[in-house]
Structure formats: C-alpha cells, structure tokens
Design a protein around this ligand. Structure first.
Ligand code: JEW
Length: 277
C-alpha cells in the first residue's frame, strides 16, 4: 500500500521508518512519499499561507500550492488516489476507518498548518478526518497515526499474522488483564487461574474480565455488545460479586456504627458523670 502525504514538514514522517512499520517500508510492502506544497509555490517568498478574506486572526493554507501538489502526485502515479484532509472538523477516525483505508491501493493524506484551510481545498478531497476533539498545530501527527493504524492491517506488515485476526475476534470489547513473568512482582501475584494450565477456565476468566472492563470503562461499547448465553451468565456473576461487595461494606459500616455507638455511650457516661459531680 502506498501513502502520499502532503506536508510542509516532511521531516516529521521520518519516525515512520522505525520498528515493524520501518521493516514493511524497507521490504516495499508499504510506501510513504512526501509532497511539499512549498515546492509548488510561484512567488518570490514561496508563500503557502495568507490572511483570511473578511478579516480575523490567523493565517490559512492557500489553495494553489496544496492543489498543485495533489495534481502533481496524481500525474506521477498515473491516476487519482483517495484524498483525505486532516482537520478537527472531520469525521472521527476509528478502527473501522482504518480497515476501510487498508483496502485501498493508495491513500493521500493532506496535512495543513496555521489556522486551517481555504475552503476550496475542501472541494478537492473525498473526505475529512479528525483524530478527536482537540486542536493540534497541524495535521502531521494525525497523518502518522492514520498511517500506523492502517499499515498494520496490510497483509504481511505484522510479523505475527494472528494479532490482526485476534483483534477483530474480540471487536467491541476491551482487552482482559494480561501478565508476563515474574509470577510475583513486588508482592503482587499473577491471578492463580492463569498459572493453572486449565485453558477452558482461563478462556472463561478472560471473557469475564473483558466484560467487566468494558462495562466499567466503556459503557458506550458495552451497550452495543451482542451478548451470548455465556456472556449473560458471566455478567450475572459480576452483578453477584458487586452485590456481595455491597453486603460486605454494609456489614463493615454496621460494625463501625456499633463501635461508634459504644464510644458515644462511653463519652455520654463520662459527660453524665461530669454533670453529676
Ligand atoms: C488539525 C490539521 C491544520 C486534527 C485534529 N485546522 C485547524 C486549526 C488549527 C489551529 C487553530 C484553529 C484551527 C491547527 N491546524 C490543524 C489541526 C489538523 C490542521 C491546522 C487537527 N485536531 N487538530 N484532530
């Protein structure tokens, strides 16, 4: 798969060359090419930004250099590519978007800087994507994220081919707690069941912990889950555990209350004795 990245700061893309993705780039499985709008400027100052018509703070990416860069890369590729503009106003990037992008032969990611884009740049793209509701200084970090999330789904990029399969298998559920050696670290032991060798019991424990985590941390995901019979049984167990916790807490409170009352009685008695004397 080929990624075409339109950016004023191609040096930001250098970090893509490390690790598993770097290996995929070396092998030719993944290609990343930078295209700098500054190379498509025509004025003496090589301007890529200008002030907004109508006034206001901040500068905007000019349409000319970006659109010339897009047309030049289409010409060298011998055809159009899917164009994505990175912007805080775009649709939220998620795993489904990464899966969709991974099916494409090439993806063009357009990064801006300054306070945004001349509206005519928007007219030249297929979609606008955002990483989330926060404001970056430019689109490059969003592009790096999208390249990494997409490229790891390209067949052959992951050393361990099982990982991408496993991830889709447990889609919509948070990962269960995981442990590696040592069995005891600073007094904290790995859950006994994971050392039992009972693979059915381990699978059941993992499914239950995954449900627990998803329900407490991501109620939005939990609400969308397709629960089967075992899931419902495991959730009933979680509820029973929670009810037992509440009962234990109440019992502890009662004990404390009894102790407090006893203490009050003592102080009352002392007060009474004091008033008597
Ligand atoms: C993001 C591209 C280009 C994406 C996500 N746009 C804009 C803008 C900026 C600062 C102030 C106001 C508007 C910075 N900026 C970008 C920000 C993408 C550009 C310029 C971006 N957050 N931020 N998810």
């Amino acid at each position: 798969m080929r990624f075409e990245i339109v950016t004023l700061f191609p040096e930001i893309l250098e970090t893509l060359k490390v690790g598993l993705l770097g290996k995929a780039i070396e092998s030719g499985l993944v290609t990343v090419a930078a295209h700098n709008p500054r190379d498509y400027t025509t004025d003496r100052h090589r301007s890529v930004d200008d002030a907004p018509y109508g006034g206001g703070d901040g500068m905007l990416m000019m349409p000319g250099p970006v659109i010339e860069a897009l047309e030049a890369l289409d010409a060298t590729r011998g055809g159009p590519t899917h164009r994505v503009l990175l912007t805080p106003q775009g649709a939220r990037f998620d795993q489904a978007t990464a899966r969709r992008f991974a099916t494409l032969p090439s993806l063009t990611l357009i990064c801006g800087r300054y306070e945004g884009f001349d509206e005519r740049i928007r007219d030249e793209v297929h979609e606008e994507i955002s990483l989330g509701d926060f404001v970056l200084l430019g689109g490059e970090i969003a592009a790096l994220t999208i390249v990494e999330a997409t490229a790891r789904l390209v067949p052959g990029v992951l050393g361990n081919a099982g990982s991408a399969v496993e991830e889709s298998h447990s889609a919509g559920r948070l990962e269960y707690p995981q442990y590696t050696r040592p069995a005891v670290f600073r007094g904290r032991a790995v859950p006994e069941i994971l050392l039992s060798g009972n693979h059915a019991a381990i699978a059941r424990w993992r499914r239950k912990e995954s449900l627990r985590r998803t329900r407490t941390r991501r109620p939005d995901l939990f609400a969308e889950l397709q629960l089967d019979k075992l899931d419902r049984k495991l959730i009933a167990e979680l509820d029973a555990e929670a009810a037992a916790e509440v009962a234990a807490d109440a019992a502890r409170d009662t004990t404390h209350e009894a102790a407090n009352e006893a203490a009050e009685d003592t102080s009352d008695a002392t007060a009474d004795e004091r008033s008597e004397s």
